[in-house]
Design a protein around this ligand. Structure first.
Ligand code: UTP
Length: 203
């Protein structure tokens, strides 16, 4: 039987060079998509999947991201006094329970794998999710929830993927598929940005 997944790591210590110049002073995770900062989509997705412990791997210049989860008491009481209940609810959805959120520093941007490794002591030997906040995945049920449901049945390590045209596989990490069961496939390997590809099934 698999153990319940309650922890999620959010690696947010990258340099964000593709969003320069904005990311010179703003963490990309705070940038807004439609009506919410990217980080809020990630938190909402994690909560919907039953995550209760949120581990952020941060770096220098990510202070705004830490402040984002603080309770803004003055703002809350102003909105309450003004009867702006809808805005108050929106604001409250950004609040985190005390002790539910942890920050750990990645001192050097040594890559995504290293960022996840930095959280190893907080995760200990428990199963955990990793959410990349700069990749918003729209899904119903949300992607992480689908993954955890699948994990509860199959166990093992999982990665969410998308199909890409064969001519674009050289820009992606591509799975080497052992068994195709439809929505879920069993992978026997992964190739980073392959220059050529033998089969059409690329995910
Ligand atoms: P990206 O590959 O998107 O890198 O990282 P990046 O630095 O954010 O952006 P670009 O490529 O320079 O524009 C994927 C995720 O891994 C995190 C990033 O913050 C992002 O959420 N990451 C990446 C780290 O936490 N540490 C790293 O050393 C590298």
């Amino acid at each position: 039987m698999t153990r319940k997944v309650t922890k999620a790591i959010f690696p947010v210590a990258g340099l964000g060079t593709r969003f320069l110049p904005a990311t010179k002073s703003i963490p990309k995770e705070i940038m807004t998509l439609v009506d919410r900062p990217l980080i809020q989509y990630a938190i909402d997705e994690a909560r919907a999947a039953g995550i209760t412990e949120f581990i952020f791997v941060t770096s220098r210049g990510k202070g705004a991201l830490e402040d984002y989860f603080d309770h803004a008491h003055e703002l809350e009481s102003n909105l309450k006094k003004a009867g702006k209940t809808e805005l108050l609810e929106t604001l409250r959805s950004t609040n985190m329970e005390s002790g539910a959120i942890a920050y750990i520093r990645q001192h050097k941007a040594l890559g995504l794998g290293h960022a996840v490794w930095c959280a190893r002591r907080l995760v200990a030997d428990e199963p955990f999710a990793v959410i990349l906040t700069d990749d918003v995945i729209m899904g119903e049920p949300p992607c992480l929830q689908q993954m955890i449901e699948a994990y509860n049945e199959t166990g093992g390590s999982m990665v969410a993927t998308m199909e890409v045209p064969t001519e674009k596989t050289k820009s992606y990490g591509v799975l080497d598929i052992a068994e195709d069961m439809g929505a879920i496939v069993r992978a026997k390997g992964m190739v980073e940005k392959p220059q050529s590809i033998l089969r059409r099934t690329s995910r």
